[in-house]
Design a protein around this ligand. Structure first.
Ligand code: THU
Length: 139
């Protein structure tokens, strides 16, 4: 099991937040994750003049998980082990509901998240989640 360096993840999330494109909300967000193949992937929110099309930081992070610069070297099905999402002050920010679902897909119930109430598992922040198993069980 890879050791989780929470301060390093927090710093990476903060650095990503500095790169956010959030001219409409004025609310920059950064996210960073440790993967099971030992990488740190990051994302920031990227808004759009068509407001509803804005991308949350976690979406950028998951995109980097698969398509990032280290793409060729990564595991075929990389998994998220630990995630930190921060606001402009570097304080922990709870992922929105949609992003909890996005993170669940790639981290599962055991993925750890630094929350406003300390480190918690995805199973705790998204109880009774819908997931891939629900599709196959009903096929
Ligand atoms: N935002 C994120 O990037 N992640 C979240 O989990 C919560 C919200 C962004 C979306 C929007 O660009 C801004 O924060 C204000 O909602």
């Amino acid at each position: 099991m890879t050791q989780i360096d929470w301060p390093a993840l927090r710093a990476a999330a903060r650095a990503a937040m500095e790169r956010a494109y959030a001219p409409y909300s004025g609310f920059p967000v950064g996210a960073a994750a440790l993967t099971d193949d030992g990488r740190v992937v990051t994302g920031c929110n990227v808004e759009n003049a068509s407001y509803g099309l804005g991308l949350c930081a976690e979406c950028g992070l998951v995109s980097a998980l698969y398509g990032g610069a280290a793409g060729a070297a990564r595991a075929a099905r990389p998994r998220l082990v630990a995630v930190v999402v921060v606001d402009r002050h570097g304080a922990a920010l709870m992922p929105c509901g949609r992003c909890r679902q996005v993170l669940w897909e790639h981290g599962g119930p055991g993925m750890l998240l630094e929350t406003v109430r300390g480190v918690r598992s995805m199973a705790e922040v998204l109880p009774d989640a819908f997931g891939a198993g629900d599709l196959t069980d009903r096929a």
